[in-house]
Design a protein around this ligand. Structure first.
Ligand SMILES: [Zn+2]
Length: 261
């Protein structure tokens, strides 16, 4: 299903919650040497999972007694929720974390960010505290999004600004391109030149599509309009879709030069 974005993580949070909430945790394993000295199995032994939630692309498994596992999959990671005895979605050698209940094995594969922290640290951790409103939050705080966008560098392209998790959390490279297309907004326009209404059009259409994706268990709505369609005809006007790296991280932006103004 491609690189994880907010809808991927919210879908995973639901599935992990379904497997762990109210269940007896039989075992917690951290197979990678990097975590060998962390003693998570001992620190988490006997605790139950109180909640599993997501904010943007960050996922939190909260245990009784003020301990929380925080994960971010970046580009490569994946969560698997498997029934006991079922084949895992990736090789066991790539597992970083395994949480076992009588019925399920919840596994994080290839996890670049995986840490155990107290609940209070999840509130005060600088990276987490800087996150903008979650595109998939119970309510989307549009005023907070606009305030953060207006505080951003006005010369930055709107496509790039939408990827900045401090402006709004959860949008990744695919949804960025798709959202700008569906809002008929040129991703290269500078933030200072984009009206509040135009910026809101993007996050509203994305919120709705990403909610649909979560409702469908992570299956994204079809069709894909511009993402990874460079050179192919725009589905709306048949002009070839263009692609170019954008922003400091040079993430590829896809857009229709005729439809998006
Ligand atoms: Zn077009």
């Amino acid at each position: 299903m491609g690189v994880p974005e907010g809808d991927t993580i919210h879908t995973a949070a639901r599935r992990i919650g379904g497997a762990l909430l109210g269940a007896q945790i039989e075992a917690i394993e951290t197979p990678q040497p990097r975590h060998a000295r962390d003693r998570w199995p001992e620190r988490l032994a006997g605790r139950t999972v109180r909640s599993v939630d997501a904010h943007g692309k960050h996922l939190f498994i909260r245990f009784d007694g003020d301990l929380t596992l925080h994960s971010h999959l970046r580009m490569t990671g994946a969560w698997g929720v498997h029934r006991r005895g079922e084949r895992w979605r990736r090789s066991p050698r790539r597992a970083w974390l395994v949480i076992r209940t009588p019925e399920y094995e919840v596994v994080e594969f290839d996890g670049p960010v995986l840490e155990l922290m107290t609940d209070s640290r999840t509130r005060f951790d600088r990276r987490l505290a800087q996150l903008g409103p979650d595109i998939l939050g119970a309510e989307l705080d549009e005023r907070a999004f606009l305030r953060r966008l207006r505080e951003d560098d006005g010369t930055r392209g709107i496509g790039d600004a939408l990827l900045d998790q401090r402006n709004v959390a959860g949008i990744g490279n695919m949804w960025k391109s798709e959202g700008c297309f569906l809002a008929l907004l040129d991703p290269w326009r500078s933030v200072g030149d984009v009206s509040d209404d135009e910026a809101l059009r993007v996050v509203r259409v994305l919120r709705s599509l990403m909610q649909e994706s979560v409702e469908r268990g992570g299956r994204r709505p079809e069709p894909v309009h511009v993402f990874e369609r460079a050179g192919l005809p725009c589905r709306r006007c048949e002009t070839p879709v263009r692609a170019r790296g954008q922003g400091d991280d040079n993430r590829t932006t896809y857009w229709c030069p005729a439809c998006q103004l």
